[in-house]
Design a protein around this ligand. Sequence first.
Ligand SMILES: [Zn+2]
Ligand SMILES: [Zn+2]
Length: 327
Amino acid sequence: MTRHLIRLIPFLAAVPGVAVAQDEAERLVQIKAMFDPAAIVSGPDLVDCTLSGGTETTCFSITVKSSLAENEMGPWCPRNITDGPEVSGIWPHEGKVQDADGAFVKNLSTFYDDPNWQLFDPATGEVNVTEGKEACELAARPNVDPAYQNHCVECQTSYMEQEAVLTYVIPMQPVDLDRPERPGPFVGIGLAFNGIKYDAPAPVDRILGAYTLAPFDDCGGHVNPHAGYHYHAVTGCSPEIAVIEDHAPTIGIAMDGYPLFAQLDPDGTEPSDLDECRGHVTEGIGYHYHVADAGANQTIGCFKAEYGCSLDDPSQTCDATKRPPPP
Ligand SMILES: [Zn+2]
Ligand SMILES: [Zn+2]
């Protein structure tokens, strides 16, 4: 437990109002210690940054890749309507996780009350799954190629020309917003200690509108050809670090610098005093988020503080007031 307490110190030091005297270099060492070493490409280093609200401050910059092996991801799409949940992923629906298994695929037209759903061959039960890189790209883009309507979309990291490497620039000291901001598609929610992004909500309406599914694996992640493997749901697969007794473990850092914690405390309950962002203040931790149920398709409700950047190029300077066009 002592070890874990020590490992939380960067967060304590990052929370306004909690006085932990430490120099920044020491805090960088502690932030680094929270990550799986296999995930770190470089950093963390101190950099100048401009946060989403325009505040110019000091951030840490850490360049990471996923530490997962290929066989630690998936499965996503069932291959036949007889396939069970053990060879299929999950799908969020009205706040609850559904097994995206063969039975679910078979039942889609009833489930969504729309006869246009026909994701499988009625003669053989075979599920239409995107095969290969081109199909993945055409089906995973915002305007799904009509040829891939009624397909289960599945991308593999092996389709990517190079491994996804992203640089996260996150404030050392959170700078609270006057009004919390809902996460848009421009920036992830945060970063897990295995180097994987907790992403903004999946565009479920758009995916379903094209009569496609893009299941998450049982760990809440799937692959897109640009960002690689990323999480839309937290199901307990990403590394957890215990912090204080009788409290959920921490599972990552949000883009605004506040720590992310698992949904449930060890007694199996969710804290009852969470705000609209899914955060609260507790003694010993300060302000922090508890992620939502895996079926919610959103890990937190909003950012309490100005967020930093995730960058493709580590030499770029973070200016989070400049937003890329929507994907
Ligand atoms: Zn996604
Ligand atoms: Zn808490």
